[in-house]
Write a protein that binds this ligand. Structure first.
Ligand SMILES: [Zn+2]
Length: 202
């Protein structure tokens, strides 16, 4: 199963990927002079990165890779995001369907990465189709290396996880970079529309 670094990167990539879906995209733009944080989509992109890594918090409740790693959980995240996006503060612009898609897709990347990864701890894989079935699924493609969570700060564990994280970056960073570049290009034309909804501090 991949590290949180790989999962967070995939979550951010999902957020930027959702920005490519045609529709109301101007609210995700920022002028070229804005900070990197704003240009990257600020708090919502950070939230999507966190959602990409969130399913593994199930280690704390001893339910690892079960319902937390399922389409049921993805739908739940989409519903929560819908409720959050619907509760708009006065001047916030949040297209509800797009926010729901971003958050659900970010969470969904976690399932995909785990499905494609090596797993040597039975039962292998994830309960991807809960609540419809509790069957465990794994691709067998072994695309991402096995990580280690026991003796977390031992040298051996640190080495295993560093190696896994580097390999995840090797695969995911080029994909994320490509999505980022396409996003920048796609949103560039929309940026001039921003001042209409932008309220600079008085
Ligand atoms: Zn996981």
């Amino acid at each position: 199963m991949p590290t949180s670094i790989g999962h967070a990167l995939a979550g951010a990539a999902a957020a930027w990927g959702a920005d490519l879906v045609p529709g109301d995209r101007a609210w995700r733009t920022a002028p070229a002079a804005a900070s990197w944080y704003r240009r990257a989509g600020d708090g919502l992109t950070v939230a999507c990165a966190a959602l990409g890594a969130l399913p593994d918090a199930d280690l704390l409740i001893h339910a690892h890779r079960t319902y937390t790693h399922s389409v049921g959980a993805v739908i739940f995240v989409g519903i929560v995001a819908t409720v959050w996006a619907s509760a708009k503060p006065a001047n916030a612009k949040r297209p509800i369907a797009r926010v729901a898609l971003m958050c659900a897709a970010a969470y969904g990347t976690h399932l995909l990465l785990d499905y494609l990864a090596i797993d040597r701890v039975p039962p292998l894989g994830i309960q991807a189709l809960w609540p419809f079935t509790r069957t465990w699924y794994i691709s067998g493609w072994d695309l991402f290396l096995q990580t280690e969570r026991r003796h977390f700060f031992s040298l051996a564990t640190l080495w295993i996880n560093t190696r896994a994280a580097l390999q995840e970056l090797l695969i995911l960073a080029p994909i994320t970079l490509a999505i980022w570049l396409i996003r920048v290009k796609a949103l560039a034309g929309l940026a001039p529309e921003l001042p209409r909804g932008d309220h600079p501090p008085q």
